[in-house]
Design a protein around this ligand. Structure first.
Ligand code: ANZ
Length: 938
């Protein structure tokens, strides 16, 4: 074989590892550039060809930036805590650390084969104690902080204590729990230390609270909103119910406005920014207070439409609203209780998604309209969500569709207060109009003016004020799992205490079983040594717990997103034992310049890491406010599944054509058992699964033809293509270029192994340009032709533009055209082939290293400067003149563009073809337009 890719690729992979070619320096004269991939969860299945797509794109860019003179940081690691390893441990009893380690080793082998330019010295693993020590440390910092809306930043909790001791809490504008009560300086000073701790917990950025959570019984854990899809768990598809539990939460809602504003500075796609904006869900409106008739109670509601206050004909509370129990009249009690119980079974998502079912009950109580003082019946209904706004609405059937449907259904009054809104129309919801409600202050006002005026009047009577609301909820941070970061927390009298920094990491204990305990405690409840000795500052046996010096430790662990929220900073200085990263490293690298990963992280990981970054910046631990400056989502690579057709109830398969005439059940066949002409390897298929060993096959012309369908690439669909096989058969350089060639990076595209030979042949052709028939290098030092220089420079121009705009698929085709042209020109000149080897190095790094070495270099091609495009090679120096006789074009003639008029005339007349045309006649006139035409008359 002339182009021996297996040998070449192995050689250079070893060279890069040995020479630490991709080691990034933490200070350098060069400008810095940080390219990051979303690090993988090392699953047992290994990588398929869909996984490396984004890694290849970022690797091309990282390599390109090195050629361009940047000090590039391009690290890789593993998000190695998580559910699958734990579930495997439950099934097999194998420690998750062992399976994780084995999976990581497999991933590493696969990644190494593809020739990535990762700086492996900086590898991080979120499940390693020297990493999670800092995740625990960040948790402690959050516990030690509160959010001040005045200065719009997180501040140390000690400063809040000082404020309380100096002026009480009435002047504090902080993010806090809803049930905070006001206290004076004297009251604060008289609080016991326990009471003080309880008060502070209501302000801390991570806090313990009884919250309504998404509980998944089958998984035995709480899930975050973004871990639930269509009402079931994203992982496993199990039902999720709502349940009250004491949980650690993160006060991310304090950062809502900054998370929203920060988006404006980011170079992310609009669609991604939009999904974060929706998730944050800012609404500007008012808080209006309704008094409950005949009681002390008040119902606050959040509305975006205070202008509709005169259209209120009833109120609706969420069934979970705390007032429901208190205001329901005895006659309605049993009906209300039954309804509350029934709705508890439905998840919030389900309730939001369901716009058809109308259900609710009357509480028997009435509120008083703030202006008209008329009685307003109070209902409960599950279209009102407990977790949004105040969990109660002022219902306006003329302005809100759901209120309208509810009123219709229960025959409640509907009052149109708008001059120009027709509520008999189907979709009038959200329409704005001039108010005509017999109100002395709103009538005649248009929407905006009415809105402002209503708030003003509500403020006057002390029953309302302007309010901005966010849909973003605080994030539940506890999981009832084993394989996650332990909280650095022990409990004294039920109150959480932090373990001091110098005693971290708090290591995950050994347990017998990875399941919850018999009493329903999380798996850490199975550990026999899980108590904190505050004198020795170490973990001791549970039997030593005396609640004097030895205390119980927290049994929950942190969620999957803890470790991934800050990993980008650890890569900057991964071995640091004193700090999560040194100040110098953080100052130098700042944040990620280019981040590539899947779009499924739009609202989870990407929002949480922005939150932690802002927090760490506020507390002076980071110099930047945002983690990822530019972000690209790679599209999914789809698999081409293969189907065989089993006759209903029989162990007999019919070929594709015959399948239409029968009652068949399509079954996935492994794509490795099918050739490029869709023919099934019947014997292989029989061996593949024991139940098919005796199956019969009805063929077409002796062949069993499978059906094909494009689906998500996944192990369960037997359509995965293994990158190892591609590397073995065609080489990593072919794999890299082919993955890019498939189509635009951000689009979904099907994998088709048959297409790979085209790219492979291209690389062989590239090899041939540099070699003779005997596989000897034939590059010479002479002068290349103008054509070859033109080919080279137009390639430099196009490929550079393409890389800069992340259009990698079009660069691959540009390379193909370039190599075709140079081959046709028989160009073997160093002047052209040397720059070409550098140009292609980011895409096909192994072959270009080999060619570079053969060209006589003793340093890696990665150190070579990127070729510079020169316009002059593209400028035409000659012109193909059409030569006409009496206006008729007869032939063309190539002449230099700088020839004078006279010279052109002489040259044309002297040409033999002109002589032939004239056939002895003397032309009357010769018209020459330089750079355009020559016309001979006569
Ligand atoms: C009266 C009104 C009149 C409303 C009108 C709308 C139109 P966004 O924009 O999503 O913030 N709402 C408030 N809290 C709710 C809850 N917990 N569950 C369900 N709906 C709730 O929507 C705010 C609007 O949604 C509020 O304004 C309230 O209905 C409703 F012509 O109040 B509105």
């Amino acid at each position: 074989m002339r182009y021996n890719f297996n040998q070449i690729e192995k050689k250079w992979q070893e060279y890069w590892a040995k020479n630490q070619t991709f080691k990034a320096e933490n200070n350098s004269e060069k400008p810095k550039y940080y390219v990051l991939d979303m690090f993988p969860y090392p699953s047992g299945a290994g990588l398929h060809v869909g996984h490396p797509l984004g890694y290849i794109a970022s690797d091309i860019y990282a390599r390109y930036k090195r050629h361009k003179g940047f000090n590039v940081l391009h690290p890789q690691g593993y998000d190695s805590f998580g559910l699958p390893a734990e579930q495997y441990a439950i099934q097999t009893g194998q420690h998750p650390a062992l399976t994780t380690e084995a999976n990581i080793n497999r991933y590493r082998e696969q990644l190494d084969q593809i020739g990535f330019s990762f700086d492996w010295i900086r590898e991080v693993r979120t499940s390693e104690p020297d990493y999670y020590k800092w995740t625990q440390w960040i948790f402690i910092q959050l516990f030690d902080s509160w959010y001040d809306f005045e200065s719009e930043k997180a501040r140390p909790i000690s400063e809040l204590e000082e404020i309380f001791a100096a002026e009480g809490n009435s002047g504090v504008n902080a993010a806090c729990d809803d049930d905070v009560e006001q206290f004076t300086v004297t009251q604060w000073n008289n609080f016991s230390s326990e009471e003080k701790q309880k008060q502070l917990l209501k302000y801390r950025l991570t806090y313990l609270a009884e919250t309504e959570v998404n509980w998944c019984p089958q998984l035995g854990t709480v899930l975050a909103n973004d871990e639930i899809v269509n009402g079931v768990s994203e992982r496993g598809g199990y039902p999720v119910i709502r349940k009250k539990m004491t949980q650690w939460s993160m006060r991310i809602s304090a950062f809502a406005e900054r998370l929203l504003q920060g988006l404006n500075e980011l170079d992310w796609t609009e669609s991604l920014k939009e999904s974060q904006r929706n998730w944050i869900g800012k609404s500007v409106g008012a808080l209006v207070e309704f008094k409950v008739q005949g009681s002390e109670f008040k119902v606050p509601v959040f509305t975006t439409r205070p202008d509709t206050i005169f259209g209120v004909t009833f109120m609706t509370l969420a069934p979970e609203h705390e007032l429901v129990e208190k205001i329901t009249t005895p006659e309605h009690k049993s009906e209300v209780e039954a309804y509350v119980q029934a709705t508890a079974k439905r998840s919030e998502r389900e309730r939001m998604a369901d716009v058809k079912t109308i259900s609710g009950v009357f509480t028997g109580a009435y509120a008083e309209h703030p202006f008209t003082k008329e009685p307003v019946p109070i209902w409960i209904g599950d279209y009102v969500l407990a977790g949004y706004g105040t969990g109660a609405v002022m219902a306006v059937p003329c302005g809100d569709q759901r209120d309208y449907e509810f009123a219709k259904h229960f025959d409640l009054p509907i009052r149109n207060i708008f001059e120009n809104v027709d509520i008999s129309e189907e979709a009038y919801s959200g329409k704005e109009g001039t108010v005509i409600a017999n109100s002395d202050f709103l009538d005649g006002l248009e929407y905006k003016a009415a809105l402002q005026k209503a708030i003003l009047e509500l403020e006057k009577i002390g029953q309302g004020k302007g309010k901005t609301n966010y849909r973003l909820r605080d994030a539940v941070f506890s999981r009832q799992r084993y394989w996650g970061e332990p909280f650095p927390v022990y409990y004294v009298e039920g109150l959480p205490q932090m373990i001091e920094k110098e005693h971290l990491p708090l290591r995950l204990p050994e347990v017998e079983k990875y399941l919850p305990t018999e009493t329903g405690e999380p798996p850490l409840g199975n550990a026999t040594d899980w108590a904190w000795d505050t004198e020795k500052n170490e973990v001791v046996e549970n039997s030593k717990i005396d609640h004097k010096t030895v205390f119980p430790l927290e049994l929950n662990t942190m969620p999957g997103w803890a470790g991934s929220s800050w990993y980008l900073f650890r890569y900057m200085d991964p071995q640091n034992e004193e700090r999560f990263a040194s100040e110098e490293a953080l100052e130098y690298w700042e944040n990620v310049d280019l981040y590539i990963g899947g779009s499924e992280h739009a609202t989870g990981h990407l929002l949480y890491s922005r939150f932690w970054t802002k927090f760490l910046k506020d507390r002076g631990f980071l110099p930047v406010e945002e983690p990822f400056k530019k972000l690209i989502n790679q599209g999914m690579i789809l698999g081409t599944s293969a189907f065989v057709y089993r006759l209903e109830g029989e162990n007999k398969f019919v070929s594709k054509k015959l399948s239409e005439a029968h009652n068949v059940q399509p079954i996935h066949a492994d794509v490795s058992l099918v050739n490029a002409s869709d023919e099934l390897d019947i014997e292989g298929f029989k061996k593949w699964r024991p139940e098919f060993a005796d199956a019969e096959f009805v063929t077409e012309d002796g062949k069993y033809i499978v059906g094909r369908e494009v689906e998500k690439m996944s192990k369960s669909k037997y359509n995965v293509v293994n990158p190892d096989d591609i590397c073995e058969n065609y080489g990593a350089d072919t794999l890299r270029m082919y993955e890019m060639f498939l189509g635009p990076l951000e689009q979904a595209k099907p994998w088709n192994t048959a297409g790979i030979t085209g790219v492979h042949n291209f690389l062989k052709k590239l090899w041939k340009l540099y070699h003779d028939e005997d596989n000897k290098i034939i590059v010479s030092d002479g002068k290349a032709s103008a054509d070859s220089l033109k080919t080279l420079h137009k390639t430099i121009k196009k490929v550079t533009e393409d890389i800069e705009s992340f259009s990698f698929n079009t660069s691959v085709s540009t390379f193909m055209i370039c190599v075709n042209e140079l081959s046709a020109q028989k160009c073997h000149f160093r002047e052209v082939l040397e720059p070409l080897a550098i140009l292609i190095a980011p895409y096909a790094p192994h072959i270009s290293e080999e060619l570079w070495e053969k060209l006589g270099h003793d340093t890696s091609v990665t150190t070579a400067a990127y070729p510079v495009y020169e316009e002059k090679f593209l400028v035409e120096s000659t012109k193909e003149y059409p030569i006409s006789f009496n206006g008729k074009m007869r032939f063309t003639l190539e002449l230099p563009l700088d020839m004078s008029k006279d010279e052109i005339e002489k040259t044309v007349l002297a040409h033999e073809k002109t002589q032939q045309q004239l056939d002895g006649r003397v032309p009357k006139k010769v018209i020459v337009v330089p750079g355009k035409i020559v016309n001979i008359v006569g």
